[in-house]
Design a protein around this ligand. Structure first.
Ligand code: GTP
Length: 605
C-alpha cells in the first residue's frame, strides 16, 4: 500500500457519546465485521469494559474502503484505513496521547443532546496540540432532545470550529454515516513517512496472548518491516526476530510485511509486556537511527496496598497479579508487608478508575479475594539535611526519624468541569472545600459554564467525582490532567488501638483537615469493631498529639450469672478475678480486628 492510500485516525469523545458504537458501524460498513455478528462493540473487549460500558484498553483495527469517484484532491482507489481506538476515561489520557501519535487526524465526536463535555475539551486540545486534522461529528442526532445546531454553536465558541465542517450522524440508525469515511479520506492527510528510509517503528501498545506470547501494536513511521527480519529496541537495546507480522483486520491477519504509514501487529518473542515499552522506537538491528520522540511514560498517580483477604491466599494473589500485570504494564507492583494485613503488594495506578478496574479484574478473572487499602497519592517529603523521601505508603513515613521536615510536596491536577450554570455556586464551594484554586470561569453557551481549578490530587482521589455528580444530579462532567507539585502543610495521621498504631490505616492529610478526618475515622472504626472483653481506645493522632478519640466499652461478662444467692465474699472474689483478667488482656493490648472490619472500613473511606 503506497502511503497516499493510507489514513490513520482515531475517534475521540467524552464517555458515552457513542465512540465504540460508531467504530463498530464503520467496521460493518467496510465489511470488516459482519453486521450483528459476534460481540456487540467489537472494539470493547474486556469484561469490565462491557459491564461498565467504558473502554479501558485501546484496540485498533484496519479496514479497506473503495473511494474516489469525484473525491476532492484524492486519488481514486482502495484505501487502507487504520482506526486507532482510544480509551474513554480521564485516567487514560496518556493512552490517548499515545494513540494520537500514530494518527494524522481524529473524529471529534460530540453527543447531540449533551453537547461539549469536559473530556471533549481535554481531547480536543490533545489533538490540536498534536497538530492533527480534526473532523467534528455530532452523533446521536436521532434522540428526541438532540440539538445539533446548539452543539455547532458550542463548537464554534469553544474551538473555533466552522459549523459548515460539522458532520451529523446517528450511530444507532445509521443516518449520516456515509459521509464519515469520505471525510476521513479527504480531510486527513496521509502518513508522511519516507518509504526508502531505514525502518522506524513506534510501539503503540502490547498485550500477552497465551499462544503467541507478547503481541505488539505498532505504527511503521519510516521504511518497511518483513517477517524474519531482526529488530532492536531503542530503549532496551534488546534484539528480536520478527516471527509474525500483519494487520488487525480486526483479528490478527498475517501479511508478512508492513509498509510505511501502516499500523499493525508484530510478534517477536518478547517474553513479557514489560519488555515492550510503550512509545519505544524499534528499528532494524545494528542500524543507527534517530529514535522517534518518545511519549511520557505512564505516571502512577494513585497507590494502594493490595492484600489477600485471607492471609493464606498470598500465593494465589501473587499469581493473579503476575498474570494481570502481564497484560497491563501500566500497573507498578512492589512487595510490602503490613502488621495488620500481612504480606501483600503496593500497586501504583494511573488513577482511581484504573485501580477499580484492576481490583475488579483480580476478583473476576483470577478469582482472588483482596483488600485494597485507602488510595494515596505520591508525596515528596524534603528534609532539612537536603534529603528527599518519596512516600507512596503513609505507613512508611516515620515521625521519629530524627530528621526535620523542611517542606512537604503534594501533586496537583488541573481540572476542567463543565456544568449547567445553576450548579456553579455549589461546585465552587466543593472545590474550595477541596483546597482548589480557581483558574478560569467561562461560559460554554447560555446554559452551561466551564470551570477550571487547580486541585490537590489527593482531594480529587477520594470521592470528588461522586460528590460532583451528586451535587449536579449527574449533569456536570469532569476531566483532569496532571499539574506540578505544590508545597503544602501535610501531616501523617495515625490510627491507634489501645496505643498501638495500625499501619494499614495511616494516612497523610492536610493539617487543617486532620481533626475532622481523625474524628470520622475513629467513628467508623468504632462501628465496625466488635466489642472485646476489655475496653478499647480508638485514637487518631499526629505524632504524639491525639486529635480524636472514641472508646468501645468492654463487654462485661456476667461472671455472677451462675452464682445464685451465695455469700458476698464469693461474689467479690469473682469480680476481682474478672478485673484482673481484664487488666492482663489490656496489658497484652492486642485488639483483634476482623478482616471484615478492614474491608468495610477501607471500602467506605
Ligand atoms: P466509552 O467506551 O466509555 O468511551 O463510551 P463510548 O463513547 O464508546 O459510547 P458507546 O458507543 O458505548 O455508546 C454509549 C451509549 O450510547 C450506548 O448505549 C449506545 O447504544 C448509545 N448510542 C451510541 N450511538 C448512538 C446514537 O447515534 N443514537 C442513540 N440514540 N444512541 C446511541
Amino acid at each position: 500500500y503506497p502511503p497516499h492510500l493510507v489514513r490513520n485516525f482515531s475517534i475521540i469523545a467524552h464517555v458515552d457519546h457513542g465512540k465504540s458504537t460508531l467504530a463498530d458501524r464503520l467496521l460493518e460498513l467496510t465489511g470488516t465485521i459482519r453486521k450483528g455478528l459476534g460481540q456487540p462493540q467489537f472494539l470493547d473487549k474486556l469484561q469490565v469494559e462491557r459491564e461498565r460500558g467504558i473502554t479501558v484498553k485501546a484496540q485498533t483495527a484496519t479496514m479497506f474502503y473503495n473511494y474516489g469517484s469525484g473525491g476532492i484532491g484524492s486519488s481514486p482507489g482502495r484505501f487502507l484505513l487504520n482506526l486507532i481506538d482510544t480509551p474513554g476515561h480521564v485516567d487514560f489520557s496518556y493512552e490517548v496521547s499515545r494513540s494520537l501519535a500514530a494518527c494524522q487526524g481524529v473524529l471529534l465526536l460530540v453527543d447531540a443532546a449533551q453537547g461539549v463535555q469536559a473530556q471533549t475539551v481535554a481531547n480536543f486540545f490533545l489533538a490540536f496540540e498534536a497538530d492533527l486534522a480534526i473532523i467534528p461529528v455530532i452523533n446521536k442526532i436521532d434522540q428526541l432532545n438532540a440539538d445539533p445546531e446548539g452543539v455547532k454553536t458550542q463548537l464554534k465558541t469553544m474551538f473555533d470550529i466552522d459549523p459548515q465542517k460539522v458532520l451529523l450522524t446517528s450511530a444507532k440508525t445509521g443516518q449520516g454515516l456515509e459521509h464519515v469515511l469520505p471525510a476521513v479520506i479527504e480531510r486527513i492527510p496521509h502518513p508522511k513517512g519516507v518509504v526508502n528510509a531505514p525502518l522506524r517503528m513506534l510501539l503503540l501498545d502490547s498485550y500477552y496472548d497465551e499462544y503467541k506470547g507478547v503481541i505488539c501494536h505498532v505504527a511503521i513511521v519510516d521504511g518497511v518491516l518483513k517477517r524474519g527480519e531482526k529488530i532492536e529496541s531503542a530503549v532496551t537495546r534488546q534484539r528480536y526476530d520478527v516471527m509474525d507480522i500483519g494487520i488487525l483486520y480486526p483479528e490478527l491477519t498475517p501479511t508478512g510485511i508492513l509498509l510505511t504509514g501502516q499500523v499493525g501487529y508484530v510478534v517477536s518473542g518478547m517474553r513479557s509486556t514489560h519488555e515492550a515499552r510503550i512509545g519505544d522506537t524499534l528499528y532494524q538491528a545494528s542500524m543507527v537511527v534517530e529514535p522517534l520522540p518518545g511519549f511520557k511514560p505512564a505516571k502512577h498517580m494513585v497507590f494502594a496496598g493490595v492484600y489477600p483477604a485471607d492471609g493464606s491466599d498470598y500465593d494465589a494473589l501473587c499469581h493473579a497479579i503476575e498474570r494481570l500485570t502481564c497484560n497491563d504494564a501500566s500497573v507498578s507492583v512492589t512487595k510490602e508487608s503490613s502488621g495488620a494485613l500481612g504480606i501483600g503488594f503496593r500497586c501504583g495506578f494511573l488513577g482511581l478508575l484504573h485501580m477499580d478496574v484492576f481490583h475488579q479484574r483480580l476478583e473476576q478473572e483470577h478469582g482472588a479475594q483482596v483488600i485494597t487499602t485507602t488510595p494515596t497519592v505520591p508525596y515528596i517529603f524534603e528534609y532539612a539535611d537536603g534529603s528527599k523521601l518519596n512516600v507512596q505508603n503513609p505507613a512508611a513515613l516515620t515521625s521519629n526519624s530524627g530528621k526535620r521536615i523542611l517542606t512537604c510536596w503534594e501533586p496537583t491536577v488541573m481540572a476542567t468541569i463543565i456544568t449547567p450554570s445553576e450548579y456553579v455556586g455549589s461546585l465552587m464551594t466543593l472545590c474550595s472545600e477541596r483546597r482548589g484554586q480557581q483558574i478560569e470561569y467561562s461560559f460554554v453557551d447560555g446554559q452551561r459554564a466551564m470551570l477550571k481549578y487547580r486541585l490537590p490530587l489527593c482531594e480529587v482521589v477520594i470521592d470528588f467525582y461522586n460528590e460532583l455528580k451528586s451535587i449536579t444530579s449527574g449533569y456536570a462532567s469532569f476531566d483532569y490532567e496532571e499539574a506540578e507539585y505544590q508545597s503544602s502543610d501535610l501531616v501523617k495521621l495515625d490510627v491507634l488501638l489501645n496505643g498501638q498504631a495500625v499501619d494499614a490505616l495511616a494516612t497523610i492529610v492536610h493539617r487543617s483537615k486532620a481533626h475532622r478526618i481523625g474524628r470520622e475515622l475513629c467513628d467508623k472504626l468504632k462501628n465496625v469493631l466488635d466489642r472485646q472483653m476489655f475496653e478499647v481506645a480508638i485514637q487518631a493522632a499526629i505524632g504524639s498529639k491525639v486529635v480524636a478519640r472514641e472508646t468501645i466499652p468492654a463487654m462485661r461478662k456476667n461472671v455472677l450469672a451462675k452464682c445464685y444467692g451465695g455469700d458476698v465474699s464469693r461474689k467479690r472474689k469473682l469480680l476481682e478475678k474478672q478485673k484482673e483478667g481484664k487488666k492482663r488482656m489490656k496489658r497484652v493490648g492486642s485488639v483483634d480486628i476482623p478482616q471484615e472490619a478492614f474491608h468495610s472500613l477501607l471500602k467506605t473511606s
